[in-house]
Design a protein around this ligand. Structure first.
Ligand SMILES: [Zn+2]
Length: 125
């Protein structure tokens, strides 16, 4: 991993979906697909492997937001069921996509900052 000290915080890089080293180049080519390298500083994103982390955190956060929203809407307004289907049917995928993008970028920035790599066996003495 080409490693220099990050010039931005992991949270800022994650929220803006930017390169974890320079904080300026875009991290994603489209949607949730990573670019091969940073267009500004040339950092290769081959090291980036956030695994299932963004999905796990996203499910937990999204579950709380959608359940709380549905309960509040039901008990404050009491709309027909079709309103719940429309509101939560539209909002849930949109919030899930936004959360996945932010969480994936943040976990990659944290991986870069803490130099987290796959474990390797030490060479024999
Ligand atoms: Zn960069």
């Amino acid at each position: 991993m080409e490693h220099d000290a990050p010039q931005t915080s992991a949270l800022a890089a994650g929220l803006k979906a930017r390169c974890p080293r320079c904080g300026e180049g875009a991290l994603f080519r489209s949607g949730l697909v990573l670019r091969e390298r940073c267009e500004r500083c040339g950092l290769s994103f081959a090291f980036a492997d956030s695994g299932d982390g963004p999905a796990v955190f996203g499910i937990l956060i999204l579950g709380i937001v959608v359940l709380a929203g549905a309960l509040i809407l039901e008990f404050k307004v009491g709309p027909p069921v079709v309103v719940h289907v429309i509101v939560w049917g539209l909002l849930t995928p949109l919030v899930a996509f936004f959360l996945l993008r932010v969480l994936k970028a943040t976990l990659i920035a944290l991986q870069f900052k803490h130099k987290a790599e796959e474990g390797r066996l030490a060479p024999p003495d």
